[in-house]
Design a protein around this ligand. Structure first.
Ligand SMILES: CSC[C@H]1O[C@@H](n2cnc3c(O)ncnc32)[C@H](O)[C@@H]1O
Ligand SMILES: [Zn+2]
Length: 423
């Protein structure tokens, strides 16, 4: 299968330079980026007036939580989780998770996301939704044992079962990731078990140092910060992708940089739950790989990575009173290259030999003209609805704004029905 994107403005290479060029895709790779490519291709997409960008990588979300969007706003994290979210999640079965994930996947595709990291339950149903839509996914069963040995054994069994399920799917776009929920919901024994699996080269995702209360609780329980705790258990490796990292000190940052851990910044969720402001400047200075994520739709309340990019750029300028922090190129790097690095993917930039994961954005819109600086427009002016086409692993997932693998109307009806009957 080959695709030729003709006549677009390509945000090219590591430097994100805007270059007028065609892009030729063969199999799952970009094979040529040049003007006037004359090759025959199975599909030709007219990209004139459009900007072709590397697909965005949402490095932390819970896709089925679209079902809980708007249900429990304006609360702090623990009250939100314990009193509203967890009770609502107890009502969700496999069928609900499937439709909620499909809704989340459509939303992500429509806002330019090609890859996402997901932690939830009934993950077979999420995998089924991913197969239908065709995004690249890293799926983890969210382990919670609350110090209970029986529960821990059950969580380990489910994790092992799900890992085998993903292996047997044999779809290179769908990957397994270990997903202990957080240091305050998983026992050291559970985290140690995860650390042992991680030593075999399996990726791990976890919530980490999200609130001041979490750090206080972990210090009281273990006499260490959450980062020090995970490090003492052997859980900090280059394959560790930790969401939030809001409450970190310089010593934590040094540990994270030394262990080559990725921190996933989720600014909307952190602002909405009033968790705090991640020390972005300090982490980047320490050399930590910082990627970007939306978190779930119940704490965001959408899965739009374009909006998330703008939030990062604005939040850190006003917080530090320094407008040079989080410039447009750095923010785009966080949403692409840094996510790809975390996941071990040759992706996140448009260049020959890289994975053909890209989005085509319609820039013939009032809020995206004149075309003074396409990267600036992408971060500060673009919105989800501007994305027209999406290609993942050399396959067209969305064309002219229509996600091809699903009946969108049916998904909208189904989630409405779930809301009325279940939630
Ligand atoms: C056990 S599956 C994943 C679990 O995580 C919950 N969750 C969603 N957002 C957050 C967050 O910001 N911090 C901690 N936990 C979160 C979700 O509701 C699921 O229960
Ligand atoms: Zn989360």
């Amino acid at each position: 299968m080959s695709i030729l994107l003709r006549g677009g403005l390509v945000i090219y290479g590591e430097g994100f330079e805007p270059v007028r060029a065609d892009v030729l895709i063969e199999g799952d790779r970009i094979v040529r980026v040049a003007r006037g490519i004359s090759a025959e291709a199975d599909e030709v997409i007219d990209a004139s007036g459009r900007v072709i960008i590397p697909g965005l990588i949402n490095a932390h979300t819970h896709s089925p939580m679209t079902l809980l969007r708007g249900l429990a706003d304006d609360l702090p994290l623990m009250e939100w989780l314990q009193n509203y979210i967890w009770p609502a999640e107890r009502k969700l079965g496999r069928r609900e998770v499937y439709w909620g994930a499909l809704l989340g996947l459509i939303e992500m595709a429509k806002s330019g996301t090609t890859t996402f990291v997901d932690m939830y339950f009934h993950m077979d149903a999420v995998a089924e939704a991913v197969m239908k839509v065709g995004l690249r996914a890293f799926l983890g069963y969210g382990m919670v044992d609350l110090g209970n040995e029986e529960k821990r054994k059950a969580e380990i069994r489910e994790t092992e079962r799900f890992m085998k399920f993903i292996e047997e799917l044999g779809d290179r776009r769908i990957n397994f990731i270990l997903a202990p929920h957080a240091p305050y919901t998983c026992s050291p024994e559970c985290l140690r078990w995860v650390a042992e699996r991680a030593r075999e080269g399996i990726l791990v995702t976890i919530h980490l140092a999200e609130t001041r209360e979490e750090v206080k609780e972990i210090k009281e329980r273990y006499g260490m910060t959450p980062v020090q705790l995970l490090d003492s258990l052997g859980l900090l490796t280059p394959g560790t992708i930790a969401a939030h990292g809001v409450w970190l000190d310089e010593r934590d940052a040094k540990i994270l940089a030394t262990r080559e851990v990725t921190i996933v910044h989720c600014p909307a969720s952190n602002m909405k739950l009033a968790s705090g402001v991640m020390p972005l400047k300090m982490l980047l200075k320490a050399g930590v790989n910082v990627a970007l994520g939306t978190d779930g739709a119940a704490s965001n309340n959408n899965l739009d990575m374009l909006e998330e990019m703008k939030l990062v750029a604005l939040l850190h300028k006003v917080h530090t009173l320094d407008p040079t922090v989080a410039d447009a190129k750095m923010v785009l790097r966080m949403a692409t290259v840094h996510g790809a690095r975390a996941l071990g993917l040759k992706a996140g930039i448009i260049k020959e030999g890289y994975l053909a994961d890209l989005a085509v954005i319609d820039f013939r819109r009032p809020h995206l003209r004149p075309l003074n600086d396409p990267v600036s427009h992408l971060v500060y002016s673009a919105r989800g609805g501007d994305v027209e086409d999406l290609i993942v692993a050399g396959k067209i997932v969305m064309l002219d704004g229509e996600v091809l693998g699903v009946d969108e109307e049916k998904v909208l009806d189904k989630v409405e029905n779930i809301r009325e009957v279940v939630i």
